[in-house]
Design a protein around this ligand. Structure first.
Ligand SMILES: [Zn+2]
Length: 386
């Protein structure tokens, strides 16, 4: 038995905390069903991240578009900050209240993954970045995680189903298993070159048996100009000074005319290690840091009941506009309808929490994963620091 809910169980509202179920039972028994406006926002981000990438919107919309509700949402892939509503639902509470658990789950995890991928992308600059971490999570959600790793900024993902979801080819190198079974690094690399389609880059794993420097030279001599990169996946326990190993491998390759062979590194990387190694590595594979990224803690709160502002303590009532400056990206949250004409910098402000679903009808098509990723890259280029 596999311990996950399927899509139908989620659509049927079965993935819900019992107190929502009991609320529904009480309201139905008492014949009370009010129109409410509910908003989703995060009050803070993990480790005080200065920004996060909103993701999980497509899955939320796939649930909400069949319900008799109106939805405003920030475009998936937009950089967000604490206390900015990212999703607003208006409708009869009993029509959507039981989906709170599932909707938050979609947003919190997808945004956490996309945000970490974007942080790794920021650290890597323009160097290739691949998501390798499917094995670190439950397989039922692996495609979702890979999709959000891609939209956040990974160039490639290793999992076939994840790549299919975003419309790219999966990327990968070679596992230690191939080398161990063939018994020799050069033989395994040569076999890869013989068998695998020519458009797949030849990346040889050089840390299985012998010194990385010796293995790098051996595979470079065997494949020559066909060798794209050597990969160092050396575990921390055997690594010593990883930078020194990389510098030495680079030196020896360059000295013998293999300057075209790139250094691909993986194994326990996160955004800070990528930043540290960016000057000596040429490509990165990231696993656990992205797949087990801290979630973004969104919560859902009612802010209007029967179209009148009403909210719990510590929460601003009323529907809101979220306005962003097109010049400096400054964002302000104002009561709905009270939109500022311009930013303090003089730039034009535009609404980013825009209507997407109107009573079960999608008003505009959702962006493709590629378009979402481009949107992330555009903002990342205008953002400083991690
Ligand atoms: Zn501005």
């Amino acid at each position: 038995m596999i311990h996950t809910a399927n899509s139908q169980q989620i659509r049927d509202g079965l993935v819900t905390d019992v107190y929502f179920e009991r609320t529904r039972e009480i309201l139905e028994a008492k014949g009370i069903d009010r129109v409410v406006t509910a908003e989703f926002l995060a009050k803070d981000f993990p480790k005080d991240y200065p920004w996060a990438v909103l993701a999980g919107v497509e899955e939320c919309i796939s649930l909400l578009k069949d319900l008799p509700v109106d939805v405003r949402v920030i475009r998936e892939g937009t950089f967000i900050h604490p206390f900015q509503p990212v999703l607003e639902i208006r409708g009869k509470y009993l029509d959507f209240g039981r989906y709170e658990t599932a909707l938050l789950g979609f947003l919190c995890q997808a945004s956490g993954v996309a945000t970490m991928a974007a942080r790794c992308r920021k650290a890597a600059g323009n160097l290739p970045l691949t998501s390798f971490g499917a094995r670190r999570m439950h397989p039922a959600i692996a495609p979702m995680v890979e999709r959000n790793a891609y939209i956040g900024g990974c160039d490639g993902v290793a999992l076939g189903l994840g790549a299919e979801l975003v419309g790219i080819e999966p990327s990968g190198t070679m596992p230690h298993a191939l080398i161990l079974i063939m018994g020799d690094t050069v033989a395994a690399t040569q076999a890869f070159h013989d068998i695998i389609a020519p458009h797949v880059k030849r990346v040889s794993l050089i840390d299985t048996f012998n010194d990385e420097k010796v293995e790098a030279l051996n595979v470079a001599k065997a494949l020559g100009k066909d060798l794209y990169a050597v990969r160092l996946d050396t575990p921390k326990s055997r690594r010593g000074d990883f930078r020194k190993i990389m510098e030495e491998v680079r030196w020896e390759l360059d000295l013998r005319g293999f300057g075209h062979v790139k250094l691909f590194i993986s194994g326990g990387l996160d955004e800070y290690r990528i930043q540290d190694y960016r000057d000596c590595a040429d490509a990165f594979g990231v696993g656990t840091a992205i797949t087990a990224a801290p979630v973004i803690d969104f919560s859902m709160d009612i802010v209007e009941v029967e179209n009148k502002p009403l909210a719990k303590k510590g929460k601003r009532s009323g529907s809101k506009n979220v306005m962003r400056c097109e010049d400096c990206m400054e964002t302000v949250v104002v009561p709905r309808g009270k939109t500022p004409k311009s930013c303090s910098c003089g730039g034009k402000m535009f609404e980013i929490l825009t209507p997407l679903v109107s009573h079960g009808k999608l008003k505009t098509p959702l962006p493709t994963p590629r378009e979402i990723r481009d949107h992330v890259m555009g903002q990342l280029a205008r953002t400083e620091g991690l």
